[in-house]
Design a protein around this ligand. Structure first.
Ligand SMILES: NC(=O)c1ccc[n+]([C@@H]2O[C@H](COP(=O)([O-])OP(=O)(O)OC[C@H]3O[C@@H](n4cnc5c(N)ncnc54)[C@H](O)[C@@H]3O)[C@@H](O)[C@H]2O)c1
Length: 444
């Protein structure tokens, strides 16, 4: 892709967002039901989509003196909320109303008002493997002779969902539980080896990878909201490029890591040193329960830990960051439910090495922070697909703890650089001048 906006007018043609857009979600738990209920509430004027760039943010075009800042939703052709239709899979049979009630994020009076549309969303039977998520079991699971057949069943589910809902397009976003930690193996290297692995039911192929494969071969873009490997393997990159489908991931950047990627670039910008960052969390939702398992925690720990190293670049700044001690803990604590508490103790040092401390205590709500990200991601992925963009969508790094990048490229974690990249990508799509913040022309 060229960064020259004048190329755009010939190259980026964005198909209109006509008809219904299907949102397919593996994992109808706290995050998914808070998203769906939220969209239904906003449609009915019962709440505002706080936290969503696609619904609330503006984008500056041209010079600061031009006073031209349309809403993003008016600047690029996004699907509207009343064009969205939802479907999904879960290992539990609860419909979305029951699942939202169990998740206990949104208050009962609001859910009562949304009961009808939420009850209508019943989970399709899931592809599930206990080896990947140890702490939960459920009855609504597909049985088949091999993984290839399971994937065919998911492809059928997608087709049936589109037919029944009348959706002309769809996007899929993984909101399922965090799977156990895995590294890519031989089966993940090419589309051919992956397909052979499906046929031999290779134990290294995770359920989330089967959903992703089913999505991509069905022409459906895929986002990964959890830290699982899922699409971070050569076979999926190959498939997404071959089929011209956008993908992105992984692990929603919502609470503690969101704060980390706001604060750490600030310390680094001022060349302040750091000797330690200790992060701990208590949370009591089902996500917290799943993360009690060491395998699932390890997956989460990896995305949470990588952020600081990549922001601070200790190799470039040994005086400031080479001895940084960084630890992340998550403790399952049922009384808190979805209302998590994340503490951070940050040991920094300044001029002549004098030490200072910062404490952050973020009393957040996991799914309230995640829901607008889910909405933005499905709308932007759909836009990307209509704009003919394929493979990894690095401009959506803004939403992730562990942004996917081209092989060999380190990810950009700084939230504000990510935001600039996102907005410049939208400008580029629409043939507008990119904003570099140089601003010399104001003073000439
Ligand atoms: N702020 C946040 O909430 C946040 C931030 C980053 C990442 N995440 C990730 O998002 C995911 C969802 O979080 P949540 O709080 O909604 O969790 P949750 O436990 O409430 O929901 C996950 C759902 O996925 C289902 N599931 C598990 N495996 C499945 C499979 N193979 N197929 C279909 N369904 C399956 C479970 O039954 C459960 O209902 C988790 O992986 C979590 O780590 C959440």
């Amino acid at each position: 892709m060229s960064a020259n906006p004048s190329d755009h007018k010939e190259n980026v043609k964005i198909a209109p967002a006509d008809g219904k857009l299907g949102i397919l979600i593996p994992g109808l738990g706290a995050v998914a039901t808070t998203t769906i209920a939220g969209v239904e509430a906003v449609r009915r004027g019962l709440g505002k989509p706080i936290g969503s760039l696609t619904q609330l943010a503006t984008i500056r075009l041209g010079k600061r003196t031009d006073n031209n800042t349309p809403y993003i939703r008016d600047f690029v052709p996004l699907a509207k909320l009343d064009q969205l239709v939802f479907g999904g899979w879960d290992i539990f049979n609860d419909n979305c109303y029951e699942a939202a009630k169990n998740a206990n994020v949104l208050e009962a009076p609001l859910l009562e008002k949304l009961r009808e549309p939420l009850e209508a969303i019943k989970p399709m039977s899931a592809v599930f493997d206990q080896e990947y998520v140890k702490r939960i079991t459920g009855p609504n699971v597909k049985k088949s002779k091999d993984k290839w057949e399971l994937v065919q069943a998911l492809i059928d589910d997608i087709k049936t969902f589109k037919e029944k809902s009348g959706a002309t397009r769809a996007t899929m976003i993984w909101c399922g539980s965090t799977e156990t930690f895995k590294k890519p193996t031989a089966v993940h290297q090419t589309v051919a080896s992956f397909e052979a692995g499906l046929k031999s039911s290779d134990s290294e192929i995770a359920p989330s990878q089967m959903y992703a494969y089913a999505a991509l071969v069905s022409g459906v873009p895929f986002a990964n909201g959890a830290p699982n490997l899922t699409t971070d393997i050569p076979a999926m990159l190959e498939l997404s490029r071959e089929r011209n489908i956008p993908i992105c991931g992984k692990d929603f950047k919502t609470g503690q890591t969101f704060m980390k990627t706001v604060l750490a670039p600030g310390f680094k910008a001022r060349m302040l040193g750091m000797s330690g960052w200790f992060s701990t969390n208590i949370l009591g939702n089902r996500d917290g329960e799943v993360l009690e398992d060491p395998g699932s925690f390890k997956t989460k720990e990896e995305t949470k830990l990588s952020v600081l190293d990549e922001i601070l670049q200790p190799g470039l700044y040994p005086d400031l960051y080479k001895d940084l001690y960084h630890a992340v803990r998550i403790n399952y604590y049922p009384p808190r439910g979805d209302s998590k508490e994340g503490w951070d103790n940050i040991d920094i040092f300044g001029w002549l090495g004098y030490p200072m401390q910062i404490k952050v205590d973020f009393l957040c709500r996991d799914s309230i922070l995640a829901a607008p990200l889910v909405l933005d991601l499905v709308l932007f992925l759909d836009l990307a697909q209509r704009a003919g963009m394929r493979g990894i969508q690095e401009w959506l790094s803004f939403y992730f703890k562990g942004p996917m990048t081209a092989p060999g490229l380190y990810p950009e974690h700084d939230l504000f650089i990510q935001l600039m990249k996102l907005k410049n990508t939208l400008r580029w799509m629409q043939g507008e001048d990119l904003i570099t913040h140089l601003g010399r022309d104001y003073y000439d």
